[in-house]
Design a binder for this molecule. Structure first.
Ligand SMILES: *Cc1c(COP(=O)(O)O)cnc(C)c1O
Length: 385
């Protein structure tokens, strides 16, 4: 029995859909139409329908989807965008890239998402957007955030890059703000064979503007109304993603089942006092792009090393919160500014949760953690004696 458990096993996934994928790729190769075109248009309709959004626009990456969303609201120098410091770099990177200022609000420690109750006090006349992230596949507290945003007349831009299919109450990510960005980076729940992304929105004017901005602000051909970017999705990605989209709900259900199984196994191994598993409120559909636990900070890196030695892939999402990144030094933040984010960066570790993981593999992950905890407990006892 092979007990190696990678963090993600895309080859195992590909093995289940090889023929369909190869046929889809062949279709594009035969058509020789590679940029935008009918495959991309079909994917846009299918993703819009999946997200129950009126419009979807294919983009070159999740990062470009976020960038285009901000550009659609003319965000630039002098503007502020409120967001979380505990996310992938792109969330704040796109704000700074446009010459605007990322204004961070710390996370709620339970959800790892922006502490919505603290957003209102950071709104100023310069605030042009609020950008929550649905981290790990769990939606932010969008009900309260929508009320705050509406009261101040500020649009909400969802960073839904990790959260396709996630729901807040019965609404899907992609319709919880004015516009949402998705990523098709290969490690996302719906991952392409390269870079890709999509925006979703219920607003025709936003969709139209982003369609124009992603082709250099051009409409009609060679007439440029705006200075846009080359932010297009290609047909090969769209063809692959159209196949995978049909499996997404099955894969999501498998991720959710693994998450529940982890909790049962943690309890069975008496790890439930030591590990904090992710919360999954009944009113949300958590799609578990990542399954992230907390352990005491002193044990996080040694546990990770132990798991690596036992063939278990893990990752730290993310080791340095954005306010402490070198490139944002100009913002003047210091350690201690966002304690919940800094604590999460020190205590969290992502475990394998990919759909194809077997029961034996999952058991191996938990038994390896249990072996570490037992040994560490003995060490703690000895040093205390
Ligand atoms: C993946 C990701 C992005 C960027 O997506 P790319 O497709 O890699 O550009 C942005 N924000 C978050 C939260 C992400 O996880």
């Amino acid at each position: 029995m092979n007990h190696v458990v990678p963090l993600l096993d895309l080859r195992a996934q590909f093995a289940t859909i090889r023929e369909e994928i190869n046929a889809a790729i062949q279709r594009v190769v035969e058509a020789q139409q590679f940029i935008l075109g009918p495959e991309v248009e079909s994917l846009e309709r299918e993703v819009a329908s999946y997200c129950r959004a009126n419009h979807a626009v294919g983009c070159s990456s999740g990062t470009d989807a976020l960038l285009l969303a901000l550009m659609a609201f003319d965000i630039g120098p002098g503007d502020e965008v409120i967001t979380t410091p505990y996310s992938f770099f792109a969330t704040a990177g796109v704000i700074q890239r446009l010459g605007a200022k990322p204004v961070f609000v710390d996370i709620d420690p339970e959800s790892f998402n922006i502490d919505v109750a603290a957003v209102a006090e950071r709104i100023t006349p310069r605030t042009k957007a609020i950008m929550p992230v649905h981290l790990y596949g769990r939606t932010a507290d969008m009900g309260l955030l929508a009320k705050i945003a509406e009261r101040h007349g500020v649009p909400v831009i969802e960073d839904a890059c990790q959260a396709i299919g996630a729901e807040y109450r019965s609404w899907r990510a992609g319709t919880l703000g004015r516009v949402a960005a998705f990523s098709f980076f290969p490690t996302k729940n719906l991952g392409g064979f390269g870079d890709g992304g999509m925006i979703a929105t219920n607003y025709q004017d936003v969709a139209d503007k982003i369609r124009m901005l992603r082709v250099h602000g051009m409409e009609p051909k060679y007439y440029h109304k705006l200075v846009g970017i080359n932010g297009r999705l290609d047909a090969l990605q769209a063809a692959v993603l159209r196949v995978k989209l049909r499996y997404l709900d099955r894969w999501t259900a498998a991720r959710q089942a693994h998450a529940r199984c982890y909790e049962t196994l943690f309890a069975a191994h008496r790890l439930d006092g030591w590990i904090q598993p992710p919360h999954e409120p009944a009113s949300l559909r958590h799609v578990f792009n990542q399954y992230v636990i907390r352990v005491p900070a002193a044990h996080r890196d040694p546990l990770r090393k132990h798991l690596t030695e036992h063939g278990v892939g893990t990752e730290i999402y993310y080791p340095v919160p954005l306010h402490l990144q070198q490139c944002f030094a100009d913002l003047g933040h210091r350690p201690g500014d966002f304690p919940n984010s800094e604590r999460a960066a020190a205590e969290t570790i992502a475990l394998p949760v990919y759909p194809e993981m077997t029961a034996a593999q999952q058991m191996h992950v938990v038994q390896s953690i249990a072996a570490y905890a037992e040994a560490a407990g003995q060490r703690i006892k000895r040093s205390a004696a």
